[in-house]
Structures are given as C-alpha cells and as structure tokens.
Unconditional design. Structure first.
Length: 249
C-alpha cells in the first residue's frame, strides 16, 4: 500500500538488470519505497545503490522465456514483500532485422520473450493486483509498435502486440483498484541501443524513468516520451503506405 506520504512501498522489477527498470526503481526508492525485488536471469542484479538508499532488496532468478514460472514468481514476490504496489516488466531483446531475416527461429524466439513473456508475466501480475485491490503494472511499450516499420518489423510487431495487450488489460482491470500504465518512448539512448544512430526526438534512460514516476504520481495511464511524439504519430498512423515504405531505415 502507499505509505503515509503517498509513496509506494513495494516494487517488483522483472528484468532486474534493465537500465530503464533500475532507473525507475531508484527513483521510487528515493521517493520512499522500502522493499524491492529484482528478478533477473541467473539471480544476479545490482543492489548496492538501492541498499545504500535504505531499501530492503531481494534478488531472485527470473527467465522471461519460461512463462510457466512467471505466476509462481509473482506469488513469491508477494509473499516476500507483501502487497505489490508497482510491478515493472522491463525485459526484452532488441534484435536486428537482418538477423531475423536470415534466422526465422531466432525471430520467433525473441518475439516469444518480447511479447509472450510480457503476456504471461502481465496476466500473473494483474491477477495479484486485482486480488489486492490496488497496485500498478508499468508496461514499457514503444512507438515502434504504434506503426511497424520495415527496418525493424519483427521487433515492432512484438511491441504492437504488447501495446494492444496492455490496453486491453488496463480495460479489464477498470474498477478493480488496480491499473496499468503504458509508456511509449521513442528511441532511447542507452546500453540497449549502443552503437546505433539516435533517431529524431530521442530520449535518455533518465527521461523515460522520470516520465514513469510522473505518470505514477499523476494517474496518467498512457504516456508518450517525449510527449510531442503523440502528435507525430497521429500523422504517421494515416500516412499513405507508399510513403511509409519510403521512410529511411
């Protein structure tokens, strides 16, 4: 539950080494969150900074590619931390389209993580939040899924599925006390995109994390980062397909 100052108390990060995820958790701890679980493959995640800030930090093994384990992990987190105030699935694979073209099996495997893993983890988290009667699931979507481009259509299609799933899940939770916040950043400059040429209106990891915190405080449920991308994609959605194909890779 939120504490006396209105801050969240417990946070579960699925993808415990995620740069964006850790930036969000650090801000939540600075704002008063006292108990954190970092779930990461191999059961290793950076904890020193969060503990320095005074948080009780637990680290557990988590494999996004094993959906049969996700519900049990959510229940373990609740048993360890208490009611879950914020759940942040922050895992994913940013593969190259050329690699996927050459290896359809790799494409299917990564889509299973980028979409299927979020479906299983999201449904398990939503069930727990609904039973509690409160809590927020933060879904890190992307403008790559708003209209899929040929340059990264495998990744983009997974994000499109995730965004649609998150919107539907949010509607299913309406009135339960639990909610879903959907974050749609543009190109994020960070470890995941290292070596890539930033796109127009790129943002930093810190910018995305700040937007998440603002959404949690304001109650906004769909957030574009930066905000002006909302208007850009209002046009992009209706751009004739012949023109859309000609956009630079």
């Amino acid at each position: 539950m939120r504490n006396a100052l209105g801050s969240v108390d417990t946070v579960l990060l699925l993808g415990g080494r995620s740069e964006i995820g850790l930036a969000i958790v650090e801000r939540l701890v600075r704002d008063g969150a006292g108990r954190v679980m970092l779930a990461a493959r191999g059961g290793t995640a950076p904890t020193e900074e969060l503990r320095k800030l005074g948080a009780e930090v637990h680290v557990v093994d988590f494999d996004a590619a094993r959906p049969e384990t996700h519900a049990a992990l959510i229940e373990h987190a609740a048993a360890t931390l208490g009611d879950l105030d914020v759940v942040i699935p922050a895992f994913g694979v940013l593969g190259k389209q050329a690699v996927y073209d050459a290896d359809p099996v790799a494409a299917a495997r990564d889509v299973a993580v980028n979409f299927g893993g979020h479906v299983s983890a999201g449904l398990a988290a939503a069930r727990r939040l609904r039973e509690q009667g409160h809590g927020t699931l933060v879904v890190l979507s992307s403008v790559a899924g708003v209209r899929v481009r040929k340059a990264n259509f495998v990744y983009g299609s997974a994000k499109a599925g995730l965004d649609g799933f998150a919107q539907g899940l949010a509607d299913s939770l309406h009135g339960s006390g639990a909610q879903v916040v959907v974050i749609r950043p543009g190109f994020v400059i960070g470890r995941m995109t290292e070596g890539m040429t930033p796109a127009p209106m790129s943002v930093t990891v810190d910018t995305v994390a700040d937007a998440v915190i603002d959404a949690l405080k304001s109650g906004r449920q769909t957030v574009w980062v930066p905000g002006r991308l909302r208007f850009v994609f209002a046009v992009m959605r209706i751009l004739p397909r012949a023109l859309w194909r000609r956009l630079p890779r």
